[in-house]
Design a protein around this ligand. Sequence first.
Ligand code: NI
Length: 399
Amino acid sequence: MSAIRANDPATTIRALTDRIESSLIEIRRDLHAHPELGFQEVRTAGVVARELQRLGIPHETGIGKTGVVGLIEGGRPGPVLAIRADMDALPIQEESGLPFASTLPGQMHACGHDIHTTTLLGVAAVLREMAPQLAGTVKLVFQPAEEGLGGMQAMIDDGVMDDPKIDLALGFHNHPDMPVGRFAYVRGPTLAASDRFDIVVRGKSGHAAYPHTTIDPVVAAAMLVTQLQTVVTREVPPTQPAVVTVGAIQGGTTYNIIPDTCLIKGTVRTLHAQARDIAEAAIRRLAEGMLHGMRVQCDVSYRRGTPSLVNDSRVLDPTVAAVRAQFGDVITEGEASLGGEDFALMADRVPGFQLRVGSSQPGREDRLHNSAYQPDERCIGFGVQALSRAAVEMLGGAV
Ligand code: NI
């Protein structure tokens, strides 16, 4: 690829991306046809390792079970920038009807992580060519198991943050609510902390016709579910978004028995640490209060999951500037969402930012995690250019 020797990074990055775009789309279709669930990304990691090998990029496999980490050393010393892509698929039966649809029943790349993996391979190819201009190191992080299974934590446990130590972290996600070619950013908190709780409501079983001889956990659980609605409306400050959702309530077996227990399962989503603390304390207090009001003992298990993803201006500003420098005025400020994302664990340790990459095809209204999701594959090329340019900006390579 040594023929491309333009002086300005926009032209160089565009030309390098144009050269590889069709082969990237081939890789993406291959990954799409062979989706793998979290921590099972053996074939996918093999494709990643094969491509890094072909590009002459040193890499390690087996980081966080099925993760892969590649390193591109710049021509001069400088900070270490991690660029992270997730690789796992979802347990969804694909209904897209595409010729390269999933070949595996009940498994599908419905969140576009095939797009992410391919985009980062494209970034690897472009930055490999531009490495002599970079002052610093690019760490390519191909992460397994983003969909709730703890892939980022597994990579962190395996030392992904060190050797060389990551200074800045850049993530990205495809967004079908934006047309391909557009980008978005959110300042500050952008995705929610995601916690889970189980509450076992313990009463005393007995005959349904003699409720006065029992302590009914079903009625108490119903009251508690209603009371939990006040956590968001009456306790968390209204300026701090929060969600408390009870997703499951299970108790009893038949018509004429009042059971001993009733189980409540739910999730709490918050963008701010204060709201998170308030919500957890309120749920514990309301559950405890059921003992006095309804004579039931509530055992609460509250598990904190990934923290909220807070975008840092030290990565956000240069990336937004890079997108504008590469494409013009195609990036706008978006709204935070109460979804979760374990890139937050990396962004909790070093300044981080997640770029939103528009992926909707003209005329379609797709959604993530939908069985017919069809991102516009041109978002791969746009992502490659944007992320490569961001790396060039942050590693002082725009010379
Ligand atoms: Ni995703």
